[in-house]
Design a protein around this ligand. Structure first.
Ligand SMILES: Nc1ncnc2c1ncn2[C@@H]1O[C@H](COP(=O)(O)OP(=O)(O)OP(=O)(O)O)[C@@H](O)[C@H]1O
Length: 457
């Protein structure tokens, strides 16, 4: 029979008990050590990571108060808070056993024991040890991951007035528990702002869970957000917590909230009102403690008027609103952003000495940046990859012509290109007014917004 992989320490002042225990346990577990002097416990723990410690309660002759055992129990737990200690009690010492479990012992075993009982008690204790170690491992992984993610979002660049206003609002609102709605075009830094709000809050040491509502299919919505229990549907092979549960204690960032259908908006609203979720397939309610941040590039107020976004949901999520300025509204930040991304990608592609001249910066400042900072970031990355020497020039940036330069050609054969150009033309004609442009195009405003998103306009 193969042995269970585990390290066991047995501490008792009775040599006979120790020898009997060792003889039996050595057949079952890979490492068994015995000790009759409790003073040696710290040394043992220093040398070896024991999975289970079996500890006698009464060391001095005639002492059956168990005080000595409790003292050593505390000492072991101070050295290793995850230690699994099973206390050996004399038969009938139930009060003492209860006291020991309250003080942190995992279990107790009355003397004299039967070998099967000893084996069973150690096996259950080992499972607990595994779970404790797993929780520890997950906690430290989560810590490392969130600090890495946070680092990526630390560089929130900008000196222009519009972005300074954003920074000061983040400083004011971040430490509160207020629900924040971040509005702005694609690529303006909405997620960056959400993470900055989280970092300013009391919850900064806890998780930041990001949910892209635009990418969750209608039928997976509940399971993704609220979780499910095993067997709730064909693919539910095991219990799974949803994002609300995972975010509990921390911040939940619901991105693209404007893309939710009306039935899903209703489900979301109920959970936000009650702050309780039930996993799909379970009637049990689980309380969730979240700070809520939502973001969208959709015109929620217009959508409320049109009846495509629930007003009560809007009021629930927009306690404070944060509008991210488009890059075209803060071209004075382009210099700084370019330097920042050049440094980032210079390092990544081992071209740390890259330079850029003022003419090229001037060209970048004139451009309208429909994809905002993300587009600028990609443009720099591409330019650095393609650059032949250490200098970025205007030719390294292939930018789409500005809207005003667009002309509809007669011979465009690509349908989506045609659609895109028509949209730009309609917007141009109406000075960017989406309602009037949609009317000219013969589609409703939402349909136009969807297309603007699709083409990154
Ligand atoms: N002020 C800024 N300083 C530095 N980098 C920025 C800044 N704003 C945005 N970025 C970068 O631009 C990219 C897009 O930002 P982010 O994802 O936060 O935008 P978004 O508005 O959430 O986009 P989307 O609407 O497409 O989800 C990210 O790589 C981000 O790091």
């Amino acid at each position: 029979m193969s042995k269970t992989e585990a390290k066991i320490l047995v501490v008792d002042d009775d040599i006979d008990v120790l020898n009997t225990a060792r003889m039996y346990l050595k057949q079952q577990f890979t490492l068994v050590q015995i000790e009759n002097d409790p003073e040696q416990i710290p040394d043992h723990l220093e040398r070896e990571a024991f999975d289970v410690v079996l500890l006698d309660m009464n060391f001095k002759k005639g002492d059956n108060e168990g005080e000595e055992g409790l003292k050593w129990l505390n000492r072991i737990l101070t050295i290793d808070p995850n230690a699994i200690v099973i206390l050996i009690t004399a038969y009938g010492e139930f009060d003492l056993a209860v006291k020991a479990v309250k003080s942190g012992a995992t279990d107790f075993l009355p003397k004299p024991w039967k070998n099967e009982k000893l084996f069973g008690t150690i096996q259950s204790a080992l499972q607990l040890r595994q779970s404790k170690l797993e929780v520890d491992r997950l906690k430290s992984t989560q810590k490392t991951l969130s600090s890495e993610i946070d680092q990526k979002f630390e560089n929130f660049i900008g000196e222009s007035l519009p972005i300074q206003k954003v920074f000061s609002l983040i400083e004011k609102v971040g430490p509160t528990e207020a629900n924040v709605l971040v509005l702005g075009e694609n690529g303006t830094g909405k997620e960056l702002a959400a993470r900055a709000l989280h970092r300013q809050s009391e919850r900064k040491g806890k998780v930041f869970i990001n949910v892209d509502l635009g990418s969750i299919s209608e039928n997976l919505f509940e399971s993704e957000l609220f979780g499910h229990v095993r067997g709730a549907f064909t693919d539910a092979k095991e219990d799974k917590p949803g994002r609300f549960e995972l975010a509990s204690g921390g911040t939940l960032f619901l991105d693209e909230i404007g893309n939710l259908s009306l039935p899903l908006q209703a489900k979301l609203l109920t959970v936000l009102q009650q702050r309780k979720v039930s996993r799909v397939g379970s009637g049990k309610e689980i309380s969730v403690d979240i700070r809520l941040i939502c973001a969208t590039n959709m015109p929620l107020y217009e959508m409320v008027k049109e009846g495509t976004f629930r007003q009560d949901l809007l009021y629930r999520i927009n306690t404070v609103e944060l509008r991210m300025p488009a890059l075209a509204e803060r071209t004075e930040d382009i210099d700084l952003l370019v330097q920042h991304f050049m440094q980032l990608y210079g390092k990544k592609y081992q071209k740390p000495k890259m330079r850029i001249d003022q003419n090229t910066i001037a060209k970048l400042k004139k451009y309208h940046w429909p994809g905002n900072i993300r587009e600028l970031q990609h443009a720099i990355e591409r330019a650095i990859i393609l650059a032949d020497d250490h200098k970025l020039t205007a030719d390294d940036f292939v930018l789409q012509p500005n809207r005003s330069n667009k002309r509809l050609e007669e011979d465009i054969l690509d349908l989506s290109e045609m659609e895109k150009r028509l949209i730009l033309k309609a917007l141009d004609k109406n000075n960017g007014n989406v309602t009037r442009a949609a009317k000219d195009l013969g589609i409703d405003r939402l349909a136009l917004y969807r297309r603007l998103q699709k083409y990154g306009l």
